[in-house]
Design a protein around this ligand. Structure first.
Ligand code: ZN
Length: 432
């Protein structure tokens, strides 16, 4: 009798303890959604957070009918977060599509990520994505990622200005890679040469070898109809149209895929910014700011497809977002210190106010971009300085080979110092 009572008390206490743990988990994830993920407070009909765990729904109607797309119980979160770190025959997205976390055959046996010890730079795998593709001004014009100003002494320009953002990002990535490798890190670049794309060739070569197939595939999956297909394949479709309407999205998708296949510890996405209010970009701006983006801030129509709902859940239950915020904060702090360019506050750009969440860290904003959503690691999406700023454009205009440009070298150094700080912060928190 006494044993029975003790057993009863044990189970009651166990259940109460379990309940309290689940309650605190529920509170944590509800707050995380509100703080980082649901920008317009419009997505609660796609998920539920309850004593059972977290459920995802394909539509608000499905939630009303209690027809879940995926359920993860509280005790399954750790396993789900960790089993994509080794090559398995099933990814987390495959599991998501199954609807539940199953421990049946097919689940990779070696799914646990080794426990982190205090890592040196030499223990890290780092992916670097140099934003855009242009390796020259002609391609920069097709991408519409070029800065071109005529000589105009009244505006302080004694020379004309012409460069493309892709040239700057590639040179920065290359310099940064050299610095990291010198310290022993393994580094992967999505673009391996100036003017290259994530497909390993230039846009021009991609047009020759893969454009037609890409149009065919889009037709086959129903993304475009027969009329559209014909238009894309006839002569009226310009190179700019081919870039903008076909190439851009699938190439960004490819960047995400090759980064995820590399399983990096973290990812550095490199961009240079412009002043959004300098419409037309025919003359320089006086503004100059740094900022960084991480994932999150989904808008009301951003959960329309299963892959987007999966990424929403992944950002919610993994610590990718938290780590990204720490990394981005270290990097943006280093931008300001090294480049002497101020960190943007939420009032410095309209898109920061309208489509982002400001995190607690200065200059770090959640923004639902294709890569901040799709890259499965800690990441920083860096937007250093305004290329169209009067002083910056003159500095960036120097040297044809941008790896020799001093301002670009400073930007690479700023990323590098930020990364070192991040690693030192992470190893301190781990050794506590
Ligand atoms: Zn950019």
């Amino acid at each position: 009798m006494r044993l029975l009572l003790l057993t009863f008390l044990f189970f009651t206490n166990f259940c109460i303890a379990q309940d309290t743990t689940n309650q605190s988990k529920m509170k944590y994830y509800i707050e995380k959604v509100e703080k980082y993920l649901d920008r317009e407070k419009a997505l609660s009909s796609f998920y539920s957070i309850s004593k059972e765990g977290i459920k995802m729904y394909a539509s608000p109607k499905d939630k009303l009918n209690n027809k879940k797309e995926f359920l993860i119980r509280w005790n399954e979160i750790q396993i789900f977060n960790e089993f994509e770190f080794y090559e398995c025959n099933r990814t987390r997205f495959d599991t998501y599509k199954l609807g539940v976390v199953s421990s049946g055959p097919g689940l990779c046996e070696r799914y646990f990520k080794p426990k982190d010890t205090t890592k040196q730079l030499s223990d890290y795998k780092i992916a670097i994505d140099a934003g855009h593709t242009a390796g020259d001004i002609t391609m920069g014009e097709i991408e519409k990622k070029d800065v071109k100003f005529k000589r105009d002494t009244t505006n302080g320009l004694n020379d004309s200005i012409s460069f493309a953002e892709g040239m700057l990002t590639f040179a920065t990535a290359k310099l940064l890679k050299e610095k990291l490798e010198a310290e022993g890190a393994q580094v992967f670049m999505t673009r391996t040469f100036n003017g290259g794309t994530a497909f390993g060739v230039t846009f021009d070569d991609w047009l020759k070898t893969s454009y037609k197939n890409a149009v065919d595939s889009l037709f086959k999956i129903g993304e475009i109809n027969a009329d559209k297909k014909e238009w894309f394949l006839n002569n009226k479709c310009t190179k700019r149209d081919k870039f903008r309407l076909i190439f851009k999205d699938i190439e960004l998708q490819k960047r995400g895929e090759i980064i995820n296949n590399y399983y990096p510890d973290f990812t550095i996405i490199i961009h240079y910014n412009v002043d959004e209010t300098n419409t037309g970009w025919t003359k320089p701006s006086n503004k100059d700011f740094d900022m960084t983006f991480v994932g999150g801030a989904f808008m009301k129509n951003d959960l329309s497809t299963i892959d987007k709902r999966f990424e929403f859940l992944r950002l919610l239950i993994s610590d990718d977002l938290e780590k990204s915020i720490t990394l981005s904060s270290a990097v943006v702090t280093s931008f300001e210190k090294t480049l002497l360019v101020k960190t943007a506050t939420i009032n410095d750009a309209k898109y920061l106010r309208q489509s982002c969440f400001a995190t607690n860290e200065k200059g770090v904003y959640c923004r639902n971009l294709q890569l901040t959503r799709f890259v499965h690691s800690a990441l920083v999406y860096g937007e250093t300085l305004y290329q169209d700023n009067i002083n910056e454009c003159k500095l960036l205009n120097k040297e044809t080979d941008k790896t020799k440009n001093e301002r670009v070298q400073q930007v690479a150094e700023a990323y590098y110092q930020g990364i070192l700080n991040y690693i030192s912060i992470s190893s301190k928190t781990k050794s506590k």
